[in-house]
Ligand binder design. Structure first.
Ligand code: AMP
Ligand code: MN
Ligand code: MN
Length: 324
C-alpha cells in the first residue's frame, strides 16, 4: 500500500531532476490548469525544463492566465523526461491514454492531489483531501520549499483555488485558504481584474446553453434532487466548447430545499458524464459516484458511464434516492 510522503521529501524529487512533464485530468477545470501553471512556472524559474500536457488542451476560458499557451496536448512520441507529475487527478485513467504514453520515459511518477478517492497511484504521492484545491497544495509546496513564486504562478494558484471553492464559499475553505489569498494579494495579485477575467467574461453561447438546460430542469425526491441534461447535438447547434458547461451546476445546487444537484451530459460517442453536487455531508456523492466507477469529493463528484441517457439517469437517480 502506497503512502503519502512529506512536502520535504517531495522537494528532493523536484530538486534532483531537470525535466518535468506536468499533467492534469481530462476536461480540465481551473484547479487542473492553475495547478499545472502554478507549479510549472515556479520550476521554470528555478531553471528546470517543464512540459505542460492535457489530453483536451487548454480551455478557452482559462486562456487569460499568463503562460497558458504552454499547455498543449501530449506529443505522440514520448520525449526524454525525468519526472511525470499528475496534478488534481483522482485516478490514472483520468489523465487520459495519450498522457500516459507521452510520459512513458519518466523515471518517477509524482501524484499531487486533493481527491479523497485518490488511490495513491504515483511512485511518490502527496494527497491531502483536507485541501479545498490542488492549487492550495501547490502553494504550500512552494512556500515550504522556498521555491520561486512568479506572478504567473501567483495568479494561476489564485484561480485554481477560487474556482474549486466556488469563489471561496464552500465549507472546504479554511483560514489557511484566506491567508493564502491574502498573501497572494500582498504579492501584487489584482483581485478585481482576475475575478472579472474568471467570472465575468463568459461567451454568449454559454448563456444559450443555460437556457436550453433550464428547459430540461426537473425536481425529484420531494424536491431534494434537482437535475438537468445536455444532449450531444447541442454542441453543434450552439457551437459549444467543452468548458462552456463548467460551473453551471451551481445554479441548481442553489435551489432552496435541494440537497443534491445532478448534471447529465451526453458526450460525443454516447457516454454520459455525470456531475453531482451535494449540500449536505449526510449525502456523500463521492460514494455514489464510486459505485459507478467515478469519484471526487464528498460534496462534488463525477462519473463517466455508459449510455444511453435514459438508463444512466434512471440508475444514478435511483442510487441517490436510496441514500436520501
Ligand atoms: P465535475 O462535476 O466534473 O466538476 O467534478 C467534480 C469533482 O469530481 C472534481 O473534483 C472532479 O475531479 C471529480 N471527478 C469528476 N469526474 C470524475 C470521474 N469520472 N472519476 C473520478 N473523479 C471525478
Ligand atoms: Mn479538477
Ligand atoms: Mn481540484
Amino acid at each position: 500500500m502506497n503512502e503519502n510522503v512529506s512536502i520535504a521529501e517531495l522537494g528532493t524529487w523536484l530538486e534532483k531532476y531537470q525535466t518535468f512533464a506536468l499533467m492534469s485530468h481530462m476536461r480540465p477545470d481551473g484547479d487542473a490548469i492553475g495547478s499545472q501553471l502554478g507549479l510549472g512556472l515556479s520550476l521554470e524559474a528555478m531553471g528546470k525544463t517543464v512540459h505542460y500536457w492535457n489530453v483536451d488542451g487548454l480551455p478557452e476560458s482559462l486562456a487569460f492566465l499568463a503562460g497558458s499557451e504552454k499547455i498543449t496536448k501530449p506529443p505522440e512520441e514520448a520525449p526524454e523526461i525525468d519526472v511525470a507529475i499528475a496534478l488534481d487527478t483522482a485516478t490514472r485513467v483520468r489523465l487520459g491514454e495519450e498522457n500516459l504514453l507521452a510520459a512513458a520515459k519518466a523515471k518517477v511518477w509524482l501524484n499531487i492531489d486533493h481527491h479523497i478517492s485518490n488511490p495513491l497511484y504515483g511512485d511518490v504521492n502527496y494527497v491531502d483531501a483536507t485541501s479545498p484545491a490542488t492549487g492550495q497544495i501547490v502553494y504550500e509546496i512552494l512556500q515550504q520549499l522556498q521555491m520561486p513564486l512568479p506572478a504567473g504562478s501567483r495568479d494561476a494558484i489564485y484561480v485554481a483555488v477560487s474556482t474549486d471553492t466556488g469563489s471561496f464559499q464552500y465549507d472546504s475553505t479554511t483560514a489557511k485558504t484566506y491567508r493564502m489569498a491574502a498573501d497572494l494579494v500582498d504579492r501584487g495579485l489584482k483581485v478585481g481584474e482576475i475575478n472579472a477575467k474568471t467570472y465575468d467574461s463568459h461567451p454568449y453561447r454559454r448563456i444559450e446553453l443555460l437556457r436550453a438546460l433550464l428547459n430540461t430542469l426537473e425536481l425529484s425526491a420531494c424536491g431534494k434532487v434537482a437535475h438537468w441534461q445536455m444532449l450531444d447535438q447541442w454542441r453543434e447547434d450552439l457551437a459549444l466548447q467543452p468548458d462552456d458547461s463548467e460551473g453551471l451546476i451551481d445554479m441548481i445546487r442553489a435551489i432552496r430545499g435541494v440537497q443534491v444537484a445532478v448534471f447529465f451530459e451526453e458526450l460525443p460517442g454516447g457516454k454520459i458524464r455525470v456531475s453531482m453536487r451535494s449540500k449536505d455531508r449526510s449525502v456523500n456523492v463521492c460514494d455514489i459516484a464510486t459505485r459507478f466507477g467515478g469519484g471526487g469529493h464528498a460534496l462534488a463528484a463525477g462519473i463517466r458511464m455508459a449510455g444511453p441517457m435514459s438508463v444512466a439517469k434512471q440508475q444514478v437517480l435511483a442510487a441517490i434516492d436510496e441514500v436520501l
